[in-house]
Design a protein around this ligand. Structure first.
Ligand code: 5RP
Length: 229
């Protein structure tokens, strides 16, 4: 039995697939909302839609293959027409906090070069300001304690991400994730820049000024927010 949030995720997943046209190279994000999108996209492919997907995680790659979606990778393309991804928080300027699933680096590489980026989410992801969700920061394994100490000087507590069995979570890029409690992030660009300058930091889950369109699902249906850059 599907819960309310899943039903809303399915609505936006189906709507997003309508933007995918024949011949496109499509960035395939990660997360449970994207899993629904892959299911729908697989159906469209089986009905004749001719596209190539670029997955942003091993999990997405595996599911896309199961659904019969043809895949390619970054060594074979020079352009990505459209990327569709999820988010953990979306603020009023359509900036994002991402990485709850741990795929932020590959997501950012793909999302940032796509000609168009569409984010799909249920309405619980809309926030006045980013930061209630712990900010994921991917760091190299070597010296992670030193990197964590450096990050903590920005007035946050970084927690090393662990799996349910208490093993350290390792990303698809063989790095660690520090989930950082910042409470509120009023200036996401500034914070992102400060973190990126720290040796040991690979990437942050702040996706600022990248989104073209956000499709939100709620009990009342779907609504679309378009970014006027
Ligand atoms: O950034 C992500 C993974 O790194 C996901 O897009 C984000 O966590 C949203 O996931 P879900 O659709 O399961 O709520």
């Amino acid at each position: 039995m599907l819960n309310k949030i899943d039903r809303n995720k399915i609505k936006v997943a189906e709507e997003a697939v309508r933007y995918i046209k024949n011949g496109m190279t499509v960035g395939l994000g990660s997360g449970s909302t994207i899993d629904w999108m892959l299911k729908k996209l697989g159906e469209s492919v089986n009905e004749g839609l001719d596209i190539k997907g670029i997955p942003t995680s091993y999990k997405t790659e595996k599911l896309a293959r199961e659904y019969g979606i043809p895949l390619t990778d970054s060594s074979n393309v020079i352009e990505i027409d459209l990327a569709i991804d999820g988010a953990d928080e979306i603020d009023e300027q359509l900036n994002l906090l991402k990485g709850g699933g741990g795929s932020l680096v590959r997501e950012k590489i793909v999302d940032s070069v796509a000609k168009e980026l569409i984010i799909i989410a249920d309405e619980s992801k809309l926030v006045p300001a980013l930061g209630d969700f712990l900010l994921p920061v991917e760091v190299v394994q070597f010296g992670w304690e030193l990197t964590a100490h450096h990050i903590s000087q920005l007035n946050c507590v970084p927690y090393l991400r662990k799996k349910d069995n208490n093993e350290i979570f390792i990303t698809d890029n063989d790095n660690y994730i520090l989930d950082c409690s910042f409470e509120k992030i009023p200036q996401p660009t500034r914070l992102h820049e400060k973190l990126k300058l720290m040796t040991g930091v690979v990437e942050t889950g702040l996706f600022v000024g990248m989104v073209d369109r956000v499709i939100i699902g709620s009990d009342n249906g779907i609504r679309t927010h378009v970014n006027e850059f």
